[in-house]
Design a protein around this ligand. Structure first.
Ligand code: ATP
Ligand code: MG
Length: 415
């Protein structure tokens, strides 16, 4: 059965309970770790004025040229479903005077929620996906870049993901990039025969992006260029050197990666991605960098900033590969008090209140005891709780033995 009544849109998926388990796990870890750094949550609308993204992402970027869900509302205004978080968060902190009020305020925020991009759906690439992001405002120093790196690493560690590697690079300032872009243009314009039509457009509009091209002929051709770092201004070079030194001192693993340039125009200096070799070609799990000029150029206020965004669906895939079990322990509560439903409900509620960290399921209180026990065994083949009028009994499936037990004594048996 495949028609529009029974099928979700391409690239849009339902998240069923088994998978939601992983989303919850990830959300819990995010919340715990951001809390330990005293970072506040900020929620912005899913629908925004299109200009917010046109302006901050850059008119030639993939997102703006191809991937945005843009439409006119009934008033004729151009609106879009947010394709990423940073531009909205920046709009919000300016609108609400959160980062500037007769002077820069230092602020740290996190966000979590769906983003929308009209891309070709494939494994690890959806049209609606979730990002968890962090944005620091008012911190120009390298300690903020490092704090973000440590925080993201902590998230991976807490989720027991150890096959994800930080790739780091510096792209300096706009002048450095313009100079390097023209060097790329001059080399590549002598070799246009190796470029596809799409790559020719990239060469014209965003030549730096060719550095992270998967086309090996492009890679070979560009390998004759000195690495980008060498053409950075002195201040950016020194900044990057200090970051690398600190990473070394702190024993944080990284790969210096000249191909990390990021697709968006707003970045400067530090750019980074966490990649894995477990997910095929959609290998980036987290990405970000500094965007010290974005607020200045869009809102004429000078607030330095740095941020990262994690692709939650790709993290979910990693957890599945690592086979973190999504099976949660449920304890069945079986009714053996006959029609005395008030006794059963009162007792089962008492158990829930006493053990709020555990999950209990009332199997089918109106059903026969044998059918309830059968169902209980499916839910949990070790034990079931039976309410027998005023008594509570523990049913052990190993030997089908039953013992009377008090609610406080239950603690020993719940795992
Ligand atoms: P990619 O190169 O994979 O397209 P990107 O550079 O467009 O990534 P960002 O905008 O930096 O990605 O988003 C941060 C993270 O969000 C990515 O590293 C990835 O994990 C995730 N992500 C981006 N686009 C998608 C998508 N269409 N579906 C699922 N996850 C995505
Ligand atoms: Mg993309």
């Amino acid at each position: 059965m495949s028609n529009k009544h029974t099928t979700s849109l391409r690239g849009f998926k339902d998240v069923l309970p088994e998978e939601l388990y992983y989303y919850r796990l990830i959300e819990d870890v995010f919340k715990k770790i951001t809390n330990s750094y005293s970072i506040n949550e900020l929620r912005t609308p899913l629908l925004e004025s299109t200009t917010i993204f046109d302006k901050s992402l850059g008119s030639q970027t993939d997102i703006v040229t191809k991937e945005m869900y843009v439409f006119r509302d009934k008033n004729g205004e151009s609106v879009c479903l947010r394709p990423e978080g940073t531009s909205s968060i920046v709009r919000s902190v300016i609108q609400n005077n959160l980062v500037y009020d007769r002077g820069i305020k230092k602020r740290k925020y996190w966000y979590y929620g769906p983003m929308f991009r009209y891309e070709r759906p494939q494994k690890g690439r959806l049209r609606q996906f979730n990002q968890f992001g962090l944005e620091y405002f008012g911190y120009p120093g390298i300690s903020s870049d490092i704090e973000l790196i440590i925080l993201i690493n902590k998230i991976f560690t807490a989720l027991k993901i150890d096959d994800c590697q930080l790739h780091i690079n510096s792209i300096g300032n706009q002048v450095d990039r313009a100079r390097y872009s023209s060097e790329i243009k001059s080399i590549m314009s002598r070799n246009t025969s190796i470029l596809t039509d799409g790559e020719k457009v990239t060469l014209e509009n965003n030549p730096l992006r060719l550095l992270d091209s998967k086309n090996s002929q492009i890679k070979d051709t560009l390998s004759s260029l000195p690495v980008l770092y060498k053409s950075l201004n002195e201040k950016s070079q020194k900044r990057f050197d200090s970051i690398i030194k600190l990473l070394d001192q702190l024993n944080i693993n990284y790969i210096l990666d000249n191909t990390i340039v990021r697709g968006l125009d707003y970045y400067n200096d530090t750019v980074m991605e966490w990649k894995t070799d477990k997910l095929g070609s959609q290998d980036a799990i987290c990405a970000g960098g500094r965007y010290d000029q974005l607020i200045q150029s869009n809102y004429s206020i000078d607030v330095p900033a740095v941020g990262v965004a994690v692709g939650v669906e790709r993290l979910v895939e990693m957890l599945k590969i690592n086979q973190a079990s999504s099976e949660k322990t449920v304890y069945a509560i079986v009714n053996n008090s006959g029609g005395d439903m008030n006794l059963f409900i009162e007792k089962s509620e008492l158990i829930r209140v006493s053990y709020p960290q555990h999950s209990f399921m009332n199997t089918d209180p109106e059903g026969s005891i044998s059918s309830q026990i059968k169902y209980a065994k499916k839910l949990n083949d070790k034990l079931a709780i039976i309410i027998n009028n005023n008594q509570i009994k523990l049913h052990n499936f190993k030997d089908n033995n039953e013992v009377e037990i008090s609610i406080p004594e239950l603690e020993k048996y719940l795992y």
